[in-house]
Write a protein that binds this ligand. Structure first.
Ligand code: ATP
Ligand code: PAF
Ligand code: BAL
Length: 288
C-alpha cells in the first residue's frame, strides 16, 4: 500500500486522528531520506513495536557543521515514499525547515551534555545538539509510543535514549542492529559517494572491528591493538577514531557488554561503524 504523505503538522494530525482516537500505538522511524535497506530494517523492527508506522524524511540542517555535506546530501522524496510504503510505512512525515524551526526560535535547543562532545562530537561538535533538538521536535509532532533508531549511529542511539528519559517523552527507544551488505560494509546513504575502489577500501572498517572482537579473550587492550593493526595497514583510510567503550559509551570493563566504534574518511567520504560483544571477565586488563 502506498504511504500517505503529510507535509505539515496539521496534515499529520489529520492522518493520525483515527489512530490516536482508538488508542493505536504509533511506531516512529526518523530518517533523513535517501532510503536504503538499513532504513527498511528499522521499518521491519517498527512493525513489532506499533500498530501504525510513521516515518519522517527530513534533512536536518542543524546537525551538519560548516563545510559538511548538507547541500549535497541526497534528496528524492518520491523514491523514499515509494520504498517506505512498500516496506509497510503508513504515513511519511516530510516537513519543511521553517515548520520544524519556526523563525525566532532557532536558539532554543537541546544540550546533549558531555557525551555529545566525545567520539563523533570531537570532529562534529554541534552535531548532537542538532540531532537531539530535531528528535525532540519530531517526537512532539508524531507523539509515538516507540521510535526505532539504528545501531549504526550508536552514539546517537545512546543519546536519544537519554533524551527520551530526561524529557519524560514516554517514547520507548528501540535499537536496530546494523544492516550490512554481504561483504560486511554497513549500509549508509553516504556509501553512494564512494567510488568502486573506495568502496573496496572501506571494507577495512568492518574487518578491523571483527579482528578486534576476535581478540576479546585477551582483554580490552588486545581488542583495540588488533583493530588498529588492521587499520594501520590500509592505504587511503584516514582514521578519525577507534574506541572501545561499554554499552553506554563509558569505560569498558571485563564481564560487561562492550562496543568497538570506528570513524574514518575514505576519499572524501566519512564513514562510521561499530560492533557489540561481551568482554570476558578479566580483572587484569586495563581498559583502552
Ligand atoms: N545500515 C544500517 N543499519 C541499521 N540502521 C541504519 C543503517 N543505516 C542507517 N540506519 C539508521 O537509519 C536512521 C536514519 O539514518 P540516516 O537517514 O542518517 O541514514 P544513514 O544511511 O545513516 O545516513 P548517513 O550514513 O549518510 O548518515 C538512523 O537511525 C540510522 O542509524
Ligand atoms: C535521527 C535523525 C533522523 C535526526 O535528524 C538523523 O540523525 C538520522 O537519520 O540518523
Ligand atoms: N545518521 C546520522 C546523520 C548524520 O550523519 O548527520
Amino acid at each position: 500500500m502506498p504511504a500517505r504523505v503529510a507535509y505539515t503538522p496539521d496534515e499529520l494530525d489529520t492522518a493520525l486522528a483515527d489512530a490516536r482516537a482508538h488508542g493505536r500505538r504509533i511506531a516512529f522511524v526518523p530518517t533523513m531520506g535517501a532510503i536504503h535497506d538499513g532504513h527498511l530494517g528499522l521499518v521491519e523492527t517498527a512493525r513489532e513495536h506499533g500498530d501504525l508506522i510513521v516515518a519522517s524524511v527530513f534533512v536536518n540542517p542543524t546537525q551538519f557543521g560548516p563545510g559538511e555535506d548538507y547541500e549535497r546530501y541526497p534528496r528524492d522524496l518520491g523514491r523514499d515514499v515509494e520504498l517506505l510504503g512498500g516496506a509497510g510505512v503508513d504515513i511519511v512525515f516530510a516537513p519543511d525547515v521553517e515548520t520544524v524551526y519556526p523563525p525566532g526560535t532557532e536558539d532554543v535547543t537541546v544540550d546533549p551534555g558531555p557525551l555529545g562532545q566525545v567520539l563523533e562530537g570531537v570532529s562534529r561538535p554541534t552535531h548532537f545538539r542538532g540531532v537531539l533538538t530535531v528528535v525532540a521536535k519530531l517526537f512532539a509532532f508524531v507523539r509515538p509510543g516507540a521510535a526505532v533508531f539504528g545501531e549504526k549511529d550508536y552514539q546517537q542511539l545512546v543519546l536519544v535514549r537519554r533524551l527520551a528519559r530526561a524529557l519524560h517523552t514516554g517514547v520507548d527507544v528501540v535499537g536496530r542492529p546494523i544492516v550490512r551488505d554481504g561483504d560486511g560494509l554497513a549500509k549508509s546513504s553516504r556509501n553512494a559517494f564512494l567510488s568502486d575502489a573506495e568502496r573496496a577500501t572501506a571494507l577495512v572498517l568492518s574487518r578491523a572491528l571483527h579482528t578486534g572482537a576476535a581478540a576479546r579473550s585477551r582483554g580490552a587492550e588486545a581488542v583495540t591493538a588488533a583493530a588498529r593493526g588492521v587499520l594501520a595497514g590500509a592505504d587511503g583510510v584516514h582514521l578519525d577514531y577507534l574506541a572501545l567503550t561499554d554499552a553506554e559509551l563509558g569505560e569498558p570493563a571485563g564481564g560487561r557488554a562492550a562496543r568497538l566504534l570506528v570513524a574514518a574518511r575514505v576519499g572524501s567520504t566519512r564513514l562510521i561503524d561499530n560492533l557489540g560483544f561481551d568482554l570476558p571477565d578479566d580483572p587484569g586488563t586495563t581498559p583502552r
